[in-house]
Design a protein. Structure first.
Length: 215
């Protein structure tokens, strides 16, 4: 709790102004509460409490004129008793307020911890989703490359099959010529020998092509 002498004048005036305003609003029937003064003055409780006590003591001074003056000892006893009661009530209220503030700070710290935990979990989830997206993109590219490779292999295979078919057609034609040549005589023998050589060459080429297209 701050000492009265250490409280800046501007803050002291703001607190007293708030006290008087609340006191008037209560029709001077009851003193304002510490929390109300603190909220209205927007000051730290360490400043509000000593100023509030000083103001309360000033309100306890007798202001009513009486025909007989009370004994000074009696006035002092009354003042001390009232002052002690007010101070005790003030300290009790301060303890309650400080306890409430401590509870609020603990709850606030708990919520901050929960918020940090949720933030970390969210960041982990985002990172995992990004990893899955990258993996999916890589797999898609891999599947695309494999499809293109298979398509190229199929194209080459079709080309080789076309060559085999063409060779087979040519072999059939040569075989027909050979059968026809065998029916001929004389010079046809040389033609037959040549055609047989060409047929053998074509058969070897055909065998090579068949071997090359086998899986």
């Amino acid at each position: 709790m701050a000492d009265n002498s250490t409280i800046p004048d501007e803050i002291r005036e703001r607190i007293i102004s708030a006290i008087n305003e609340l006191y008037e609003n209560n029709n001077r029937e009851s003193f304002p509460k510490l929390q109300e003064v603190r909220d209205l003055a927007k000051c730290n409780m360490n400043f509000v409490s000593p100023v509030m006590q000083e103001w309360q003591r000033s309100q306890m001074k007798p202001s009513i004129s009486v025909t007989e003056t009370l004994p000074e000892s009696l006035v002092e006893i009354c003042m001390n008793g009232a002052r002690a009661a007010l101070i005790e009530a003030q300290e009790l209220e301060n303890k309650k307020l400080l306890s409430a503030e401590a509870g609020w700070e603990a709850e606030r710290a708990r919520f901050i911890a929960i918020n940090d935990e949720l933030a970390l979990a969210y960041e982990g989830l985002v990172a995992e989703m990004e990893h899955y997206k990258v993996t999916a993109a890589n797999n898609e590219q891999m599947y695309k490359d494999a499809f293109e490779l298979e398509a190229a292999n199929a194209k080459r295979l079709r080309s080789k099959l076309a060559k085999v078919k063409a060779t087979a057609v040519l072999a059939d034609e040569l075989m027909a010529d050979l059968r026809l040549a065998r029916k001929q005589t004389g010079k046809a023998c040389a033609r037959i020998a040549w055609l047989e050589g060409q047929l053998e060459i074509l058969e070897k080429q055909n065998q090579k092509l068949l071997v090359s297209i086998r899986p």
